[in-house]
Design a protein around this ligand. Structure first.
Ligand code: FAE
Length: 498
């Protein structure tokens, strides 16, 4: 745990993908690194003997400082699903920002603790539209392969997929996609598929087959704790302070003064510490990094940051929906919580739809999808001096292009199958889950708020290394791109700045 008055060579704010890559590579280059993480360590079992709670039974561990759950699927068959929980520094933050709920992981490992593990490299042809200033050859020859290998990305055994009871929902999704002429693709994942086979055989404790995902995964998923962070700790040069939140970064002689609040599990501040860091790497996630930098610029701690800070934020075009199948098309009462396939209509209709599980334990006859769409709308973080808070300018109506793009897939499938949308999953008579995102991106965009390698304009020794660099949309699930970009940028920074 970091001591007040400490002097550190490199301080990393946040322990998600960008932060973990940065810490590992700096440590391997001989730099001592301290990582500050506002969430918990998630290394100690709870009252039920497990570290993480099940998705079907949220408890005190499940939400970041909320007294009531805020489940992405809020309703079922007309009944609201949310329930009261004790206020605790739990694992999933449902941050309500203006017109959108932004879901984020909290704890050592960031989003890797709560996400679906879908590890997708965007198609090469789409990359210039995502990050135009980045050399695509370098990314596809060097940094994407490096990221995939270090994250432990693997693909499902196609033969097992054909017979696994837990993937009946995905096989129904495939059959219906193909009957409407859509391309159906398998999606790589960081879940250990061999472990899942053993879960199905009943030889190991169940995790994906026990509906664990949103509130953490006790066994089979290779979160950052098992990959980059384990490697980083093994260097002996990386230390981590969980339940510590960075509030201020401001220049001082030879580096930066960083103010850090230590939290207890009720979220109360128990101590405020001031330390000095030669270099500071912002890895607090798209929302965390952007909010921090907007506030530090507006309040005079880092006044020389440029006017791009806070702009170019997007939600990766996320929109959810469900379809009601016929009685002869059951999707299965046992569903793996780990998605493994999607419907690709990006070129024709601007949507890539993940065929998602609904692991309720009962037959629902529902097909459920999270679509990533080419929504062009972008939000902006601004400082509200009256409230002393950073706000996000985003309106729910800006999701309309996403809905239109998702409909390019599901209207056709419904027409082919003679089926209808579910209206009971996001409220009463509400088809579209258009009020949320799992994929916040941007707000401190590469080559705008920073140079082409994440160095913040206006200050030497300050870097952005996370999803805040990516301008709003990557056309697929984002963490492989965040990881690969962090690998590219830190290699340059180590070569030129240290
Ligand atoms: P992130 O992983 O969010 O890490 C930031 C860390 O910084 C967090 O641990 C914060 O607690 C911490 N932090 C924030 N502010 C402070 C502060 N002031 N002081 C100290 N610490 C701080 O950032 N992506 C995929 O590619 N595939 C998926 O299947 C997928 N499924 C998802 C499902 C869910 C439910 C969610 C929420 C996300 C999903 N994502 C998925 C998105 C993915 O997890 C996300 O893009 C990355 O985690 C973002 O990585 P960053 O390094 O930017």
């Amino acid at each position: 745990m970091i001591e007040p008055g400490a002097q550190v060579a490199a301080l990393v704010i946040g322990t998600g993908y960008g932060g973990s890559v940065t810490a590992l590579r700096l440590a391997q280059a001989g730099v001592d690194v301290h990582m500050v993480e506002m969430g918990m360590a998630w290394d100690t079992p709870g009252t039920d003997g497990k570290i993480f709670a099940n998705t079907t039974t949220p408890d005190y561990r499940s939400y970041w400082l909320r007294t009531r759950t805020k489940q992405p699927l809020s309703n079922f068959l007309g009944f609201p699903l949310d329930k009261d929980v004790p206020k605790y520094t739990g694992i999933l933050d449902a941050e309500e920002m203006g017109g959108i709920v932004v879901y984020q992981g909290r704890g050592v490992g960031g989003g890797s603790l709560v996400n679906g593990g879908m590890a997708v490299t965007p198609e090469r042809s789409r990359f210039p539209g995502v990050l135009p200033s980045v050399d695509a050859d370098e990314m596809y020859d060097v940094y994407y392969p490096r990221a995939n290998s270090n994250l432990g990305v693997n693909t499902i055994d196609p033969a097992w997929f054909e017979t696994a009871e837990a993937y009946q929902f995905a096989r129904v999704g495939r059959k219906q996609a193909q009957r409407s002429g859509f391309r159906f693709t398998f999606v790589p994942n960081v879940y250990d598929w061999n472990y899942m086979k053993q879960e199905a055989a009943g030889t190991v404790p169940k995790s994906a087959l026990a509906a664990e995902i949103l509130y953490g995964n006790n066994y089979g998923k290779k979160s950052l704790q098992k990959t980059y962070l384990a490697q980083a700790r093994a260097t002996g040069r990386v230390t981590i302070s969980p339940l510590h939140r960075v509030t201020t970064v401001t220049p001082t002689t030879g580096g930066y003064t960083v103010t850090i609040e230590q939290l207890d599990t009720s979220g109360a501040v128990t101590t405020t510490k001031t330390v000095t860091a030669q270099r500071v790497f912002f890895a607090a996630g798209s929302v965390g990094t952007s909010k921090l930098l907007v506030r530090l610029k507006a309040t005079g701690a880092l006044p020389a940051l440029n006017n791009e800070i806070g702009t170019g934020w997007g939600e990766n075009g996320n929109v959810m929906c469900g379809r009601a199948n016929h009685l002869w098309d059951p999707t299965g009462s046992l569903q793996s919580s780990i998605p493994t396939a999607g419907i690709d209509n990006w070129v024709a209709g601007g949507a890539f739809a993940e065929v998602a599980p609904l692991p309720t334990g009962i037959e629902t006859w529902a097909s459920f999808y999270l679509s990533i769409t080419n929504n062009p709308n972008r939000g902006r973080f601004t400082w509200n001096a009256a409230t002393g808070k950073v706000e996000l300018d985003w309106q729910t109506a800006w999701k309309q292009p996403s809905i239109t793009m998702a409909k390019s897939i599901f209207d056709k499938i419904n027409a082919t199958e003679g089926t209808i949308y579910r209206t009971d999953l996001f409220g009463v008579y509400k088809i579209w889950g258009d009020h949320l995102t799992y994929h916040p991106l941007g707000g401190t965009v590469l080559n705008k708020a920073t140079d082409n390698y994440g160095r913040l304009h206006g200050y030497s020794g300050l870097y952005v290394v996370d999803g805040a660099l990516i301008p709003g949309n990557v056309s697929v699930n984002p963490f492989v791109t965040i990881t690969a970009l962090a690998e590219r940028n830190i290699e340059k920074v180590i070569a030129e700045d240290l």
